[in-house]
Design a protein around this ligand. Structure first.
Ligand SMILES: *Cc1c(COP(=O)(O)O)cnc(C)c1O
Length: 380
């Protein structure tokens, strides 16, 4: 055993994998039964686990990534060349890249301050403006950023009014809910990610949540090279190789057994930071509005100024602590800056002043205190 004093500079990760110990049993089962393939009992079991957890008519296809799930959702909504898709600008690039895969045009919508997610006022403005210009958007990609649900009631009321489908990007929000209903069940399609730093992980992986079983079957058809029924390998449309491995699904089954623990641990991190930093007026936390429940995937705070944020970010990095600015908005990316956008300055400000703090469910109090001490030192 090393002593605490010699551990002072050990690496603290932003959000590292946290195994339960149950995963290996499912992996061993896969080896024992030789289901080393992109199908098998773990894939079926993991899908069932997710369906039972999400409830509300959820039909889940587990896939190779969350990005693949967004791609399939767009295909299943028949989004194609020349179509427009409205997308929250404040997100990780994976939310938007699949819009390009299908040859469509992303149109970026800024955030509201209450949730940091898609601003309903700008959404409606954008829809009316696109229609006026002769092009009704084909879909909306709404994000539950950092685990905070988007304003489901308002966003869906607008989408329903204009009859536009919603893809709910819940990659960061498994375990969150809105009005007691699980995130991942609100979209016409919803997507989940099990990448290495998400609240539960299969190392890499994702899922598409469909609203009926026929759509799930169609998703699996597209995810397995779109092979027509029969033995002679007929293909009448383009498919993909997007299914999840039965080994990785075994990790998922083990992780599902501790999902609620992981949510509680991440929420405790948020509470711990908030309590410890409560006397610093220059730091702001994102509160849960009434009826919103966040899994607090990442505790992300706002500093009064960018200078302050940059100073703390660098101080943490120097101490071998992984921290990050909050996601750079898509409309600021070289890749996406020339696409249409509807902005209000909120996502720019969140990017300048926001800092993601280490938030793993396996952080110790000692580690949290090390981070807090560095921040407190700056503010005297
Ligand atoms: C992680 C993430 C994705 C992509 O998921 P992958 O499984 O990494 O492909 C999509 N959207 C958001 C908001 C994410 O954080």
């Amino acid at each position: 055993m090393r002593e605490n004093t010699s551990e002072v500079k050990h690496k603290i990760w932003l959000s590292s994998p946290h195994m339960s110990g149950f995963e290996e049993k499912y992996i061993n089962d896969a080896f024992a039964s030789n289901w080393v393939a992109p199908l098998g009992p773990n894939v079926d079991g993991f899908e069932k686990d997710l369906e039972c957890y999400l409830k509300n008519q959820s039909f889940v296809a587990t896939l190779s990534s969350g990005t693949a799930a967004i791609h399939l959702a767009l295909k299943l909504l028949n989004v194609t060349h020349g179509d427009e898709v409205l997308c929250q600008t404040k997100t990780f690039v994976a939310s938007v890249n699949p819009v390009i895969y299908v040859g469509a045009t992303p149109v970026f919508i800024d955030s509201e301050t209450e949730t940091w997610n898609m601003c309903p006022v700008l959404l409606e403005k954008a829809i009316l403006d696109r229609i006026k210009q002769g092009k009704k958007p084909k879909a909306i990609i709404a994000i539950n950023l950092y685990g905070m649900p988007y304003n489901v009631s308002k966003i869906h009321a607008i989408a329903n009014k204009h009859d536009i489908a919603i893809i709910e990007d819940s990659a960061e929000a498994l375990g969150s809910h809105y009005k007691n209903r699980a995130c991942g069940t609100f979209g016409d399609f919803s997507i989940l990610s099990f990448n290495g730093n998400k609240i539960i992980t299969t190392s890499t992986g994702g899922a598409l949540v469909c609203r009926d079983n026929n759509t799930k079957k169609r998703a699996i058809f597209l995810a397995t090279q779109a092979k027509d029924p029969g033995i002679d390998y007929n293909h009448s449309e383009v498919g993909y190789n997007y299914r999840m491995s039965n080994i990785l699904a075994g990790i998922g089954r083990g992780q599902m057994q501790v999902l609620e623990d992981r949510v509680q641990s991440r929420r405790k991190n948020y509470d711990y930071y908030k309590h410890a930093l409560k006397n610093i007026d220059d730091i702001e936390f994102l509160n849960e509005p009434e009826h919103f429940f966040s899994n607090r995937w990442l505790t992300t705070v706002l500093f009064k100024t960018k200078t302050m944020r940059d100073f703390i970010l660098n101080a943490l990095l120097e101490e071998n602590i992984e921290a990050r600015p909050s996601w750079k908005p898509m409309h600021q990316q070289a890749l996406y800056k020339n696409y249409p956008n509807y902005l209000n300055g909120v996502s720019d400000s969140l990017f300048d002043r926001g800092l993601c703090l280490p938030s793993g469910s396996n952080l110790s109090t000692l580690e949290l205190d090390r981070i807090i001490d560095i921040i407190n030192k700056y503010f005297g």
